[in-house]
Design a protein around this ligand. Structure first.
Ligand code: S3P
Length: 189
């Protein structure tokens, strides 16, 4: 008899992916969809989700843009490093990080050692289009967003490429990216 509609009816990749107990840490450039894909991934795997930028804002009681403006980028990066170390220590299920977090050698080493880093990668045109919808990212206010994102991609790709999992997404629905991540997680040993 079929029990196709019981809560135990998980597709195989989901069941396989759920074996991984380390925090799943989404890394990649601004606009790639780390927060939104992270939320959906957490819900598909029945894990909790936390967004590092939101946690930084909560801890500082200021927005990221306000922190950059009042104290500069180096100060923001210090806070970011501390907050991500705390989130890793707390053992959250899925953690979305800000685009620069995984470039920091300490954060990268911690995530690679105790978590599973997932690099969400995407073409620059899509990133430019998505980031243009919000005006909250201080790094994109200093010049032409296309040039800035292209340069950041070049500078940061060697760090992102160290992530255990690499998923290339396009301008398609985030659900598709979640499916692809789950397949990669299922295959990960
Ligand atoms: C940054 C990305 C932002 C935020 C800050 C700096 C970066 O997060 O942390 O504006 O250096 O790429 P998102 O990647 O979530 O936009």
């Amino acid at each position: 008899m079929s029990n196709a509609h019981t809560p135990h009816d998980m597709s195989d990749p989901v069941r396989q992916a759920r074996r991984i107990t380390r925090p799943l840490v989404l890394v990649g450039l601004m606009g790639v969809g780390k927060t939104s894909i992270g939320r959906r991934l957490a819900s598909a795997l029945d894990r909790d989700f936390v967004d590092a930028d939101e946690e930084i804002e909560r801890a500082a009681d200021r927005t990221v843009a306000e922190i950059f403006e009042a104290h500069g980028e180096a100060y923001f990066r210090d806070g970011e490093r501390r907050v991500i170390a705390r989130l890793m220590e707390e053992g959250h299920g899925v953690i979305a990080t800000g685009g620069g977090a995984f470039v920091d050698p300490e954060t990268r080493a911690l995530v690679l050692d105790q978590g599973l880093a997932i690099w969400l990668d995407c073409d620059i045109e899509t990133l430019v289009e998505r980031t243009s919808r919000k005006n909250t990212r201080p790094l994109l206010k200093t010049g032409d967003p296309h040039t800035i994102l292209r340069d950041l991609k070049e500078q940061r790709s060697p760090a992102y490429a160290q992530a255990q999992i690499h998923v290339v997404t396009g301008d398609g629905p985030h659900e598709l990216a979640v499916e692809r991540i789950i397949e990669e997680l299922a295959a990960w040993q």
